[in-house]
Write a protein that binds this ligand. Structure first.
Ligand code: NI
Length: 248
């Protein structure tokens, strides 16, 4: 019974994922020639790296035009709710995060062998964008206009900077710890707070506030049982069409 409940389901997910070709999925923003080059020029391991099993992912994404759309508690709570929902739905552990005024850093670890980082991110971004669109339509229609762009399909509201953002795979505990520290020190480097724990909107936050909804992160213990197998192979991979503009 235990085996069926816990592994039968996972196997089902894997079959579904294979049927949908999730491992091979490539960002739609790539042109045909870029896709061709990717397949021809890169070793297969590199090609599949984005969703490699057992890897943690450091994700960075920004607001449209790098505007400080996340400087209000209201918007931050939307994001936290979206992260909570996506973490359950896609079975991702969230190991660390920081919400900066105009960008977000996340450290996630997929609990399933087959997973899709872009689907997880899309769910998070869409949920926030929907809330923002609804809110702005009532409270600030001029901002709704300002954040909308003309496309062949009509006007489209864009809360987030386009593109999948920035992703790097992490395969060792040492790098993971370094990445968590980097994430937590974002508000300190910006001069927003003196110590990481003073920033309410990150996993370093220790200050209590009754009105703020906090995201509780998952423990990092034991997430790299295979650590020695593929240590220190990770490297930053800027996504196509968008430079990593966040080096703070
Ligand atoms: Ni940053």
């Amino acid at each position: 019974m235990f085996v069926r409940v816990f592994f039968g389901r996972a196997a089902g997910n894997r079959r579904r994922a294979n049927a949908q070709g999730i491992q091979r999925r490539i960002p739609l923003s790539r042109t045909r020639s870029q896709l061709f080059m990717t397949q021809m020029d890169l070793p297969r391991k590199h090609f599949n790296r984005f969703n490699d099993p057992g890897h943690a992912h450091a994700l960075t994404f920004s607001c449209n035009g790098r505007l400080p759309l996340l400087s209000r508690d209201r918007t931050r709570v939307w994001l936290i709710n979206a992260l909570e929902a996506a973490r359950l739905k896609y079975r991702f552990a969230i190991l660390a995060y920081v919400i900066m005024p105009e960008h977000v850093h996340l450290l996630v670890y997929p609990r399933e062998e087959q997973y899709d980082v872009s689907a997880f991110l899309k769910a998070v971004k869409q949920a926030v964008a929907r809330k923002a669109k609804h809110f702005l339509a009532i409270e600030a229609p001029e901002w709704l206009q300002r954040l909308s762009v003309r496309t062949p399909e009509g006007k489209v509201f864009r809360f987030w900077q386009q593109g999948p953002g920035f992703d790097s795979n992490i395969t060792s505990m040492e790098t993971l710890r370094r990445q968590i520290e980097y994430i937590h020190y974002n508000p300190v480097r910006r001069g927003l707070v003196d110590v990481p724990g003073a920033w309410l909107w990150s996993s370093a936050g220790t200050m209590e506030s009754g009105r703020i909804r906090r995201l509780i992160v998952d423990p990092i213990d034991g997430i790299f049982p295979q650590e020695t197998a593929c240590a220190e192979t990770e490297s930053g991979r800027p996504s196509v069409g968008q430079k990593d503009t966040d080096k703070e």
